[in-house]
Design a binder for this molecule. Structure first.
Ligand SMILES: *[C@@H]1O[C@H](CO)[C@@H](O)[C@H](O)[C@H]1NC(C)=O
Ligand SMILES: *[C@@H]1O[C@H](CO)[C@@H](O)[C@H](O)[C@H]1NC(C)=O
Ligand SMILES: *[C@@H]1O[C@H](CO)[C@@H](O)[C@H](O)[C@H]1NC(C)=O
Ligand SMILES: *[C@@H]1O[C@H](CO)[C@@H](O)[C@H](O)[C@H]1NC(C)=O
Ligand SMILES: *[C@@H]1O[C@H](CO)[C@@H](O)[C@H](O)[C@H]1NC(C)=O
Ligand SMILES: *[C@@H]1O[C@H](CO)[C@@H](O)[C@H](O)[C@H]1NC(C)=O
Length: 171
């Protein structure tokens, strides 16, 4: 349930200790520290990172020890609220993934219909794909990636008549 916390906090703890070593005060990179760390003492923060950076602990053990930690330092309320938020976020992400997966096959049908109609200009194809992107940006991105598994960066190699000949309208 709280596996997100462990992962997210591990990241934070890495960023945090790297910054401490550099004497930096926190920069634009990395997620912000969880709010329950905001007003605790340095010792409490240290105790927290000792728990979450212990590679020997299971996720369940990390969750139970950090809950005890929160209680010890009087920040259980905000700790629990944060956990509830993380759980809700995870649920929302999972819901999106499920939705994208169930959308994929119908969006693929739409893409195939567009690409299989040869009686249209490339800019007409472009326009149809742009419309599809409006309603299903992630699905289109994933499907175009699968359709054209070449790295998108690297500039226009070959151009017209290049190794993609015949698929020039694919993007
Ligand atoms: C931390 O303390 C400041 C100043 O007292 C307060 O404004 C802020 O809401 C507190 N943050 C948390 C997460 O408790
Ligand atoms: C984790 O386990 C290893 C092997 O048992 C041990 O050497 C190490 O001290 C442990 N680390 C912590 C933080 O307990
Ligand atoms: C939890 O989410 C609510 C709504 O987005 C937000 O207002 C609140 O600050 C969050 N609390 C914590 C502890 O992250
Ligand atoms: C879920 O998808 C919607 C649009 O498809 C997006 O606005 C929202 O931010 C996504 N939620 C999460 C948690 O990724
Ligand atoms: C799935 O497709 C529907 C209809 O096109 C769209 O409204 C929804 O946002 C799509 N799901 C996601 C997660 O993008
Ligand atoms: C198709 O759209 C892409 C990106 O919007 C653009 O760079 C390209 O020139 C367009 N091609 C045609 C033939 O309209």
């Amino acid at each position: 349930m709280f596996s997100k916390l462990a992962v997210c906090v591990l990241l934070i703890s890495t960023v945090y200790s790297a910054k401490q070593q550099n004497g930096q005060q926190g920069g634009p990179q990395g997620p912000p520290p969880p709010p329950f760390l905001q007003n605790v003492t340095d010792a409490a923060r240290q105790a927290f990172f000792t728990i979450v950076s212990n590679e020997n602990l299971t996720i369940t053990e990390i969750d139970s020890q950090t809950a005890t930690w929160a209680s010890t330092y009087g920040v259980s309320d905000i700790y629990n609220e944060f956990q509830t938020n993380q759980t809700a976020l995870e649920t929302a992400i999972q819901k999106n993934i499920t939705s994208v997966i169930s959308n994929l096959s119908s969006v693929e049908s739409s893409l195939e219909t567009i690409f299989n109609n040869k009686d249209q200009t490339r800019s007409a194809i472009n326009a149809s794909i742009s419309t599809l992107i409006q309603s299903n940006p992630i699905e289109v991105q994933v499907l175009l990636q699968l359709r054209n598994p070449m790295p998108p960066q690297g500039g226009p190699q070959g151009g017209f008549g290049g190794q993609q000949g015949g698929n020039l309208h694919r993007q």
